[in-house]
Design a protein around this ligand. Structure first.
Ligand code: ATP
Length: 747
């Protein structure tokens, strides 16, 4: 149920103007050009009309009050339509439904439902459910009544579909078809994307396989490397230990031999002093001989002294005996001669006498004593000499003793040395042969050590190389669990060195293979591969989804077509029934009916049609029936009492009546909440105006009517009449008027 229409800034309605539709039939009257049709267009506009032609405009801007001398132009045209929804004609839980549309000078539009911004699509859907199609079959504009007759079978079909409320299905079908087309396009796109990606994936896959092989190899190599390094470490340590163990006793032995050699040499050196000793011996022998000779000499001396002593003793005895008898005293001639010499020199006799006296005295008393004393003195000396000699002999004996014992010692030592020399000579050969044996041993150990050092250097280099090649993967190789022969190693057993050599060769081979596979960029490739595969999977998933939705769209379209087909056929049946009734009412008999026709499609007339056709190409690629043949509605009429068949032969009035009969019949099947008829009655004569009026009466039972008319008969059927006027200000004005004023106002 329509409640009101409000226009502001819309076309000639510069000021806010509100129409209330309190009754079933409202008439709008007024002079030409006052703005009545603008009201019908305001309905179209607010209901979402998109065709500018239908709104008698070129652009959205043309709909906005353009200003006059009295009032400046508006920036925006607004139309608000209010429905009473208490009977739930709209499937919404509101008592009142307010639809509003506004257009701005830039041509942009806004749609509101109960003051909430909505999309055009929502407006159309909402209205379709209430049988208020946008195509406006219920809004018959001026001169448009004939449209249903003059349009093509196809257009007619569309109008009828709309009137039957099938537009919503049609709309859905088109939308689904559009979606399907879009989906098909997407499928194609996704497929082509996948086709584009495929070779890249294949390429990346190969790369990834290579990277994986390299990674595998790297892992194997790391493990193998660690094992190798550990094995080598064990080997080196073991070898070192072994060499050390062997070297130590060898060195000790050599040291011992050296000492022994020194000792032997010392002995032999000492033996070279043997001659010295012999010489010493000879020397001692000579010394003994000399000493003995001295001793003999001393003995002889002693004997001589003893002989002298004996003589002197005897003389002393003699002298002693002479002492006892003076007479027997003897004077030595020599002494007398001496005396004579003494006195011969004297001149005085006395003195001489005295001298002789002295001589006698002397000889008488002193002569013997002197001799004795001399002798005794000599003896004393001799005695002393003898003692001295004896002492010397004694000393010589001591020396001789010493020499003799020294001689013996030397002699026995010489003897002894002779023995040890023989022993030493024997040893020196033994020791030197042993020395060369152990030196050779030491040399071989040193050689081994040298080789081992080289091996150790190699091993260290391997560690470095491994680090460069495998990074941290070889760290901690010392703790590597050995898969093989670890037991052997730990128990001190060794495997043949060749095994490790083999391992080393294998290691080198693996290194080369790894280098061939190329180490770098692995992560990048993996990442890219993963991303690309993910993308492909995503696309494949999307494809699946798209195919699913294409499938369901196809099903939906099929169902919609079926539904359309059924409802359309049923709708046509119903229309025909009412059409026949109205037609015979109008013409007092005759026949009229709609016929569904399938015309062979001949030629695409224009671009618009071409596009319509394109939309009907099924997703499967098949060509829909509508391209092959055009389904449409034909009208067959036959007037009573006249041999007239076919619309072409009808008069203007007859055409008007036929079209009105058809429009009303259509409206009766699925009655819209309101119908607007803009001077549909213009061509009718008085008699027909009456019949028209009757039809309006019966139509108003199912739909609210808004009649724009100059026809008095029509005005008389209205409960409310609005008069539209336009003064010099070019602004349309609205006033509610009584029937008797209406005719005047309408002029
Ligand atoms: P008739 O009885 O001859 O059919 P009508 O009452 O239906 O006439 P309309 O066609 O509704 O008259 O009104 C046309 C008038 O509206 C014209 O005078 C035209 O200048 C005016 N008009 C149309 N668009 C605008 C606009 N954007 N701004 C101002 N006036 C406009």
């Amino acid at each position: 149920m329509l409640k009101s229409l409000e226009l502001s800034g819309f076309k000639s309605f510069a000021k806010k103007t509100e129409l209330h539709f309190k009754s079933q039939v409202t008439a709008i009257v007024g002079p030409n050009g006052s703005g009545k049709s603008n009201i019908a267009e305001a309905f179209r506009f607010v209901l979402g009309e998109q065709s500018m032609k239908s709104l008698r405009s070129k652009r959205g801007e043309d709909l906005i009050w353009n200003g006059s001398t009295e009032m400046s132009r508006s920036n925006r045209a607004k139309v608000k339509l209010v429905f009473d929804n208490s009977k739930n004609i709209f499937d919404l839980d509101f008592n009142e439904i307010i639809i509003k549309r506004a257009v701005n000078r830039d041509g942009s539009n806004e749609y509101y439902l109960n003051n909430s911004l909505i999309r055009l699509k929502d407006v159309i859907e909402l209205l379709s459910k209430a049988h208020i199609g946008a195509s406006g079959h219920h809004i018959i504009s001026q001169g448009e009544a004939d449209k249903i007759l003059s349009s093509s079978v196809k257009e007619r079909k569309e109008m009828i579909e709309d009137a039957l409320g099938l537009k919503i299905y049609q709309y859905k079908r088109e939308e689904s078809q559009r979606k399907l087309l879009k989906t098909e396009e997407n499928i194609k796109q996704v497929n082509s994307l996948r086709r584009e990606i495929a070779p890249h994936i294949r390429f990346l896959k190969k790369q990834v396989e290579k990277v994986e092989r390299a990674e595998d190899l790297r892992l194997k190599l790391s493990k193998f490397y660690r094992e190798y390094l550990k094995m080598e470490k064990i080997y080196l340590e073991k070898q070192k230990k072994e060499i050390l163990e062997k070297k130590k006793p060898t060195l000790e032995k050599l040291e011992k031999l050296e000492k022994e050699m020194e000792e032997v040499k010392r002995i032999l050196d000492a033996s070279s002093k043997k001659d010295e000793k012999s010489e010493e011996l000879i020397e001692i022998e000579n010394k003994i001989k000399n000493e003995r000779e001295s001793k003999d000499n001393f003995y002889r001396e002693v004997g001589k002294i003893e002989g002298e002593l004996n003589v002197n003793e005897r003389n002393i005895e003699k002298i002693k005996a002479e002492e006892k008898s003076e007479e027997s005293k003897t004077i030595l001639l020599k002494e007398v001669e001496e005396l004579e010499r003494e006195i011969s020199g004297f001149s005085e006799v006395i003195k001489i006498v005295e001298k002789i006296r002295d001589f006698i005295t002397k000889h008488k008393f002193n002569f013997d004593n002197k001799k004795l004393e001399e002798l005794m003195e000599i003896n004393k000396d001799l005695e002393r000499n003898r003692k001295e000699m004896e002492e010397k002999i004694k000393n010589i004996d001591i020396v001789l003793n010493e020499l003799s014992s020294k001689y013996n010692i030397i002699k026995s030592s010489i003897e002894k040395e002779k023995d040890s020399n023989r022993e030493a000579e024997k040893n020196i050969f033994k020791i030197s042969s042993e020395q060369s044996e152990f030196r050779a041993k030491l040399e071989s150990l040193k050689e081994k050590e040298r080789r081992l050092n080289i091996e150790e250097e190699d091993w260290k280099r391997e560690i470095q190389e491994g680090g460069v090649l495998l990074g941290t993967a070889i760290i901690g190789f010392e703790n590597e669990e050995l898969r093989l022969s670890s037991q052997d190693f730990s128990t001190g057993l060794t495997e043949p060195r060749e095994k490790q050599e083999e391992r080393r060769r294998e290691l080198e081979k693996m290194k080369i293979r790894l280098e061939e596979l190329g180490g770098g960029g692995g992560e990048e490739v993996m990442k890219e591969y993963k991303e690309t595969v993910e993308r492909d999977e995503f696309l494949s998933k999307e494809l699946e989804d798209l195919e699913k939705s294409a499938k369901s769209l196809e099903i939906l379209i099929k169902e919609l077509l079926e539904k359309l087909d059924i409802e359309f056929t049923q709708g046509i049946e119903k229309i025909n029934k009412t059409f026949q009734e109205f037609f015979s009412l109008m013409f007092g008999g005759g026949e009229a009916r709609l016929e569904v026709v399938k015309k062979e499609k001949r030629k695409v007339k224009n671009k618009e049609e071409e596009e319509n056709l394109a939309a009907e190409i099924l997703p499967s690629g098949e060509i829909s029936a509508s391209e092959m043949s055009e389904e449409g509605i034909d009208i067959s009429v036959s007037l009573p009492r006249k041999r007239i068949k076919g619309l072409e032969m009808l008069s203007g009035g007859e055409r008007a009546l036929t079209s009105i009969a058809l429009l009303f019949a259509i409206s009766q099947v699925n009655p819209p909440p309101f119908i607007i008829l803009d001077e549909t009655d213009a061509a009718l004569d008085e008699a027909n105006s009456k019949k028209y009026g009757e039809m309006i009466e019966s139509l108003s039972k199912v739909s609210q009517l808004i009649l724009i008319t100059h026809n008095r008969e029509t005005m008389s059927r209205a409960n409310v009449i609005y008069g539209v006027t336009m003064s010099n200000d070019s602004i349309s004005n609205l006033l509610s008027i009584e029937f008797n004023e209406a005719v005047t106002v309408a002029k």
